[in-house]
Design a protein. Structure first.
Length: 272
């Protein structure tokens, strides 16, 4: 550098601001993270599969003769939908969400440009994949016991889809509790919400065999219509009425649970 010559000034670096990745990218990122966590937590999955299969074996072994007097010819086929509903109801990543809340990870996500709804919808998308996967072993067990779908392979696909949609519809309840309380104990108790639905319905006998207050309760129970839709795919064929009623029951429960869940999400995110 010669005398009197000003030193060269390096060019200014362009500053690149972070930009939102987009709703679908956020959604898939949350869902993939949730799915990757599932193999690390087998204790949360095994009971959801073992308990329904246990009750299925017990019910078939002890109540087959009683059910035959009520007009149920194939009690194994009658009980497979019950096992499916028990397997998929209450399965969610709500406990993992509580861990994220208490550990501060959820708060760190809130300071990013990530879409708020994707934080919950991504977990629900992972739940849908999980509950469909949990339904497959139950269907396989039924096949091994001689249960045949008169609707064929397509009917099995619709059967799994209905089971998955029901499991998804119910997930709003544990997520609402998780977001409101941040308590794992409260989330674990959310399954108790399902007990009235599980037993005040056609779990063991068809609706026409029930009487008194139990028959009245079963008629207003959405699980009654879900079970009827699932059973129709096995034994009756493509019956529009039970399938439509089953979808309506799923939609009704899903509407209530999703409203509670997303209101709870809005309440928690508004604090930040």
């Amino acid at each position: 550098m010669t005398a009197g010559t000003a030193p060269a000034v390096p060019p200014a670096r362009a500053v690149t601001a972070g930009r939102p990745a987009g709703f679908w990218r956020d959604l898939t990122s949350v869902a993939i993270r949730a799915l990757r966590q599932i193999p690390r937590e087998p204790e949360a999955i095994y009971p959801a599969l073992v308990i329904p299969l246990f009750f299925f074996a017990v019910n078939v072994g002890t109540l087959s003769d009683v059910a035959s007097f009520a007009g149920v010819g194939d009690f194994e086929a009658f009980q497979i939908p019950v096992a499916i509903v028990f397997a998929v109801t209450g399965i969610s990543r709500a406990n993992a969400l509580v861990v994220d809340i208490t550990g501060g990870y959820f708060d760190r996500l809130l300071v990013t440009p990530m879409h708020r709804t994707s934080l919950l919808l991504g977990l629900m998308l992972a739940d849908l994949a999980l509950v469909v996967a949990l339904s497959v072993p139950v269907v396989v067990l039924g096949y091994l016991l001689g249960v045949q779908f008169v609707t064929g392979v397509a009917g099995i696909g619709v059967f799994l889809l209905l089971a998955g949609l029901w499991g998804l519809a119910f997930t709003g309840f544990p997520y609402a509790i998780a977001l409101r309380t941040g308590s794992p104990a409260a989330v674990n108790s959310s399954f108790l919400l399902f007990f009235p639905f599980a037993f005040l319905t056609t779990t063991f006998l068809p609706l026409e065999a029930l009487s008194g207050w139990l028959a009245t309760a079963a008629r207003f129970n959405p699980v009654t219509y879900l079970l009827a839709a699932l059973r129709s795919l096995i034994t009756d064929g493509w019956e529009i009425v039970p399938l439509a009623q089953g979808l309506a029951a799923i939609a009704g429960v899903g509407l209530v649970s999703f409203v509670l869940a997303f209101r709870s999400l809005r309440s928690r995110t508004s604090r930040r």
